[in-house]
Design a protein around this ligand. Structure first.
Ligand code: 5GP
Length: 222
C-alpha cells in the first residue's frame, strides 16, 4: 500500500470492480452514511452540506412524527403509513426500513437523477437500509460514523432530551447492533470533532480519500 495514495490522483481506482482506472475521473457515486443514533450523523452531514453545495443530500420519507423544529420537506418528508405503503408498493423507495417503531425510506428518483446529473449523492440512513443499498448498488461507498466511546454515545443520547426513556433504551439497543456491524462498512470514521469528520467525509463523498478506502479511522482516536 505504501506510496499508492501519493503516486496517483485521488480519483484513482481501488481494488473494487467498476472503479475508474488511474487518471480517469471518477463518476459521481453514492455515499451511505450510517451510525448509531446520537453519534452526530446530522451534525456531520449538516457541516458537509455547508462545505460542498454541489452534493445531493437525500431527504427521506418517514412515518415518524416531526420533532420540534423539524421542517417537512427539509429534514424529512413526513408521511402517514398509507402513503408509505403506497411508495413501497410502487417501488418508489431505493431502500426502506423500520427503526424504533417508525418507518424510513429513501425516495429513489431524486437520487438517481442527481447521479445522472453528475452530482455525488449522500444518504444518511440506518444499517438495514445501508445493507439494501449495498445489495442494489455495489458501487456505493458505505461509511459508518463511530462514537469515540460507548459511554460518550450513551451521554449524547440521554442528554439530547428529545426522546422518552423507552425510546432512548430502544435506540441504545439498536446502537449496539449497528456498531457490531461496523466491519461491513468500507470506512469507519470516528466523530470526535464534527469539523474534522465532515472534512474527511467530504473527501470520501467527492471521490477523494480513495487511498484510505476500506480504512479504519478508529485507531487515530484511541
Ligand atoms: P431519526 O428518527 O433519529 O431522525 O432517525 C432514526 C434513524 O433512521 C437514523 O439512524 C437515521 O439515519 C435513519 N434514517 C433516516 N432516514 C432513513 C431512510 O431513508 N432509510 C433508512 N433505512 N434509515 C433512515
Amino acid at each position: 500500500m505504501s506510496g499508492v495514495g501519493q503516486d496517483y490522483p485521488v480519483t484513482r481506482g481501488t481494488d473494487r470492480d467498476g472503479e475508474p482506472a488511474a487518471g480517469e475521473l471518477s463518476r459521481p457515486r453514492l455515499t451511505v452514511v450510517s451510525g448509531p443514533s446520537g453519534v452526530g450523523k446530522s451534525s456531520v452531514v449538516g457541516q458537509l452540506r455547508r462545505l460542498e453545495p454541489n452534493v445531493y443530500f437525500s431527504v427521506s420519507v418517514t412515518t415518524r412524527a416531526p420533532r420540534p423544529g423539524e421542517v417537512d420537506g427539509s429534514h424529512y418528508h413526513f408521511v402517514d403509513p398509507a402513503e408509505f405503503d403506497r411508495m413501497v408498493a410502487e417501488n418508489r423507495l431505493l431502500e426502506w426500513a423500520e427503526f424504533a417503531g417508525n418507518r424510513y425510506g429513501t425516495p429513489r428518483e431524486p437520487v438517481e437523477r442527481a447521479l445522472a446529473d453528475g452530482r455525488p449523492a449522500v444518504l444518511e440512513i440506518e444499517l438495514q437500509g445501508a445493507r439494501q443499498v449495498r445489495a442494489a448498488m455495489p458501487d456505493a461507498r458505505l461509511v459508518m460514523l463511530m462514537p469515540p466511546s460507548w459511554d460518550e454515545l450513551v451521554g449524547r443520547l440521554t442528554g439530547r432530551g428529545t426522546e422518552s426513556e423507552t425510546a432512548v433504551a430502544a435506540r441504545l439497543a439498536q446502537a449496539e447492533q449497528e456498531l457490531a456491524a461496523a466491519g461491513e462498512f468500507d470506512v469507519r470514521l470516528v466523530n470526535a470533532d464534527v469539523e474534522v469528520a465532515a472534512r474527511r467525509l467530504l473527501d470520501l463523498v467527492t471521490g477523494g480519500g480513495i487511498s484510505a478506502d476500506r480504512c479504519d479511522d478508529t485507531e487515530q482516536h484511541e
